[in-house]
Design a protein around this ligand. Structure first.
Ligand SMILES: Nc1nc2c(ncn2[C@@H]2O[C@H](COP(=O)(O)OP(=O)(O)OP(=O)(O)O)[C@@H](O)[C@H]2O)c(=O)[nH]1
Length: 301
């Protein structure tokens, strides 16, 4: 008997660092979004594609919603909210260790205006005591109507199968949007740029990761099956270029080696990666850079 297929969108919203990217990767079963200990790593809107039985769930990992100051921040917030508005279900992810703070309160206010069904997901339960989880569940359910509450560890996968099933149940009958073996809608070029950016977050500190961006300039599949990829790391100041390159090229070599391994794994082919560093003072004011990240350039100011 053929089961009737269903398909739809699930938006993951939550404060920076709540674990959205980790959860998305766990639901999809593969790495499609970059994870970092630093907040606001997710910039581009990346969709992961998960399957639960007859249901295909297109997961939208939205950049953490926060109080936007810079233009790039505003573009990310706009993208997060539009992701939630179009979804069949919105999952609010809350870092259970942090609980309800200013950021969560601000998101709850915005969620109140979203018509899509909402579910609550308490994350990081591996490091939080049970009593605290129950109290937090009660508190959040008082603030907003959630159809269901889940407790998960995006890190070790606990509770994620139940959540996947709940998302699957909320998909609408209809054909799948993507082929069954597709895991992400991001073109490999974008994914490759995100992987290199993740390495910058891993290895460099302070403002630098936030003031840099990575673009894949070319991707050439060669006769021997390998790919030759050229990427540019854009930084805001000359001093930052020196830091990214490091003494005798040490830092950029390490970034390149680690990124090459991960890109090769994602693309399932041998990769030759060439990295360039350029100073582009006002990249955050340049609409073209936003298009590359699939964000709309915010209008005005
Ligand atoms: N202990 C624990 N840590 C987690 C869990 N889920 C995520 N983390 C960690 O929390 C940090 C943030 O995770 P991300 O997945 O990048 O968070 P995000 O919400 O996508 O962050 P933004 O990109 O800022 O929006 C990382 O260091 C993760 O390893 C969890 O279930 N348990």
């Amino acid at each position: 008997m053929d089961q009737e297929t269903s398909c739809g969108f699930a938006a993951l919203v939550g404060a920076p660092n709540a674990g959205k990217s980790t959860l998305l990767n766990q639901l999809v079963g593969a790495k499609v979004s970059i994870v970092s200990r630093k907040a606001q790593t997710t910039r581009a809107q990346v969709r992961g594609i998960a399957v639960d039985g007859p249901a295909q769930i297109v997961l939208v990992d939205t950049p953490g919603i926060f109080k936007p100051k810079r233009k790039l921040d505003r573009a990310m917030v706009a993208s997060a909210l539009s992701g939630a508005a179009d979804a069949d279900v919105v999952a609010l992810l809350v870092d259970a260790r942090k609980g309800v703070d200013e950021e969560v309160e601000a998101i709850m206010k915005q969620l109140a205006e979203t018509k899509a069904p909402k579910i609550l997901v308490l994350n990081k339960v591996d490091i939080v005591a049970r009593e605290k989880l129950l109290a937090l569940t009660a508190k959040l359910n008082e603030m907003e109507t959630f159809e269901e509450t889940f407790m998960v560890s995006a890190l070790n996968g606990d509770g994620v199968a139940d959540l996947l099933c709940a998302l699957g149940r909320r998909m609408k009958p209809g054909p799948w949007l993507y082929p069954e073996d597709q895991l992400s809608d991001a073109p490999l070029r974008l994914l490759a740029a995100e992987i290199t950016r993740e390495q910058i977050y891993e290895r460099l500190h302070d403002e630098l990761p936030y003031q840099s961006t990575v673009e894949t300039d070319s991707w050439t599949n060669q006769k021997d099956g390998s790919a030759r990829i050229e990427q540019t790391i854009y930084v805001a100041r000359d001093g930052q270029k020196k830091i990214v390159i490091g003494e005798g090229g040490k830092t950029i070599k390490a970034i390149g080696a680690a990124a090459r391994r991960e890109i090769a794994e994602a693309a399932e082919q041998k990769v030759h990666l060439f990295l360039f560093v350029k100073v582009r003072e006002n990249w955050a004011e340049d609409p073209e850079r936003y298009r590359e990240m699939r964000l709309d350039f915010p209008k005005g100011g």
